[in-house]
Structures are given as C-alpha cells and as structure tokens.
Design a protein around this ligand. Structure first.
Ligand code: GLP
Length: 234
C-alpha cells in the first residue's frame, strides 16, 4: 500500500485528481468506481472544476441505503448527482438500487454490471470501524454485492447527516469486498483523528475480517491519501 500524507482535505483531493488525470491521459480509465461520504468530496470538487471529460466513461458506485427514495437528500443517488454527476456527467452511471422490490436480485444484477464493466480505479472512504462501502466487520473478503445490516457504530456515525438517529436506514445494498478487490487500482481517502485506528488496522494489519479494509493489503495497487491526524497511529 502506498500511503501519501497530505496537509489537509484540499491537498488530498488534488492528489487524487492528479492520479485520475494521469490514468485518463494514458487511456487507462474507462470505468471508475465511486464512493460517497465526506472524504471524497474535495476530490469530486477537483474533478468538477477541471476540464476532465467523463462523457465516454462509466461510473459504478459502491453502495446505497435500502428504502431511501432517491429524491431524499441523504440517499447516495442524490449525493452523487449533487457532488459530481450534475456537473460532470458520465456516459452511464450505476448506483445500487436500494428501492428495488427484490434487493437480493438487485445485488445479482449489480454484480453483472460490474463483471461487464471491470473497474479501472475504485475510489474509497473508510468507516471508523474499518468498513469500506458498507462492508461491516465480519464480511467475507470474497463477498459480492449484498444486503447489509448496518452496525450501531455506522448508524451513529452517519446520523450526523440525518435529523435524528431513528431516521438513519438500518440496511444498505453494498458492493462486496471481493468486488472492490477486483478493481485494477484503488484510491482511499481518510481524514481526521477518528479514522486513525481504522487506518492503522488497514495498513499494518493483521489481515482480518474484523477490519474489512485490511483486505486491501492483498491488492497490488492501493494508494491511501490521509492527513496527519488519520496517519497519526502509523
Ligand atoms: C459511509 C459510506 C462509506 C464511507 C463512510 C465514511 O458509511 N458507506 O462508503 O467511506 O461512510 O464516510 P466519511 O468519509 O463521511 O467519514
């Protein structure tokens, strides 16, 4: 894993953008895997302010809450439109269908989309408990897209975006760890002291399902972009 320590989120977003731009110029980026959360926002800001053109590219998002209408401003569909797609459209953008009647089938359909569009660069954030996407501790490293029951810790962490904790959906549909590992390259953003334990577990191991992100140790091309606070326990 390559760890880049940056001054702040602005610099982190710029570094991520430089990597993506280089691969675009080399014609190595047709399919981009995308993530939500606050950590990738400065990266998306760099993309939208740039002249990068995704109109011939495909995007595939990591996850979505189950049962939250796409018009809800906390849905990941809404987040992606607001932070990226409205300003930088892709030829086609996929986000898991958390409103599907049959969530298990929606997961299978999503795996087919990923298989048909292998991800060149996957963008990730990380949860305080080491989750990636919504793959909570205990998720098998070979998992594919699946329905997830969110942990108390994730519900609490994400409640800051909702009016109260009860409004946070209890389930999500997430790409699996196996799907994430199948991406050719991975860029993970993390900032702040509350991510320091997760970053330590991810980078220094052991490789265990207790820390889902530690699965990334088995991937050949991972760039971790962190500020000093998130890197403080390394
Ligand atoms: C959510 C998302 C993850 C994200 C995590 C951290 O649980 N499902 O994809 O990485 O939050 O979010 P933040 O970057 O806001 O700390």
């Amino acid at each position: 894993m390559k760890v880049i320590v940056v001054k702040d989120q602005q610099e982190g977003g710029r570094k991520g953008y430089e990597i993506v731009k280089r691969h675009m110029q080399n014609n190595e980026l047709q399919v981009m895997g995308l993530a939500t959360g606050s950590s990738p926002i400065t990266f998306y800001n760099e993309l939208t302010a740039s002249d990068i053109d995704f109109t011939n590219s495909i995007s595939i998002n990591l996850d979505e809450y189950v049962g939250l209408p796409y018009t809800n401003d906390q849905s990941y569909h809404y987040f992606m439109k607001e932070h990226l797609f409205d300003k930088k459209p892709f030829a086609k953008s996929y986000v898991p269908d958390g409103m599907a009647k049959d969530i298990a089938q929606a997961g299978k359909d999503y795996d087919k989309i990923i298989a048909e569009n292998p991800i060149d660069i996957q963008i990730l954030g990380i949860g305080q408990n080491g989750h990636i996407g919504f793959n909570e501790p205990g998720t098998p490293f070979d998992s594919q897209t699946h329905e997830v029951k969110l942990t108390e810790s994730t519900i609490k962490a994400n409640s800051r975006f909702f009016a109260n904790e009860d409004d946070v959906p209890k389930e999500a549909l997430s790409m699996g760890i196996g799907s994430v590992l199948s991406a050719k390259r991975i860029i993970l953003f993390a900032y702040g002291e509350n991510k320091a334990d997760a970053i330590k577990g991810m980078v220094e191991g052991p490789k265990t399902t207790d820390v889902p992100a530690s699965a990334l140790q088995g991937h050949a091309d991972v760039t971790v972009i962190v500020d000093e606070a998130a890197a403080s326990k390394l």
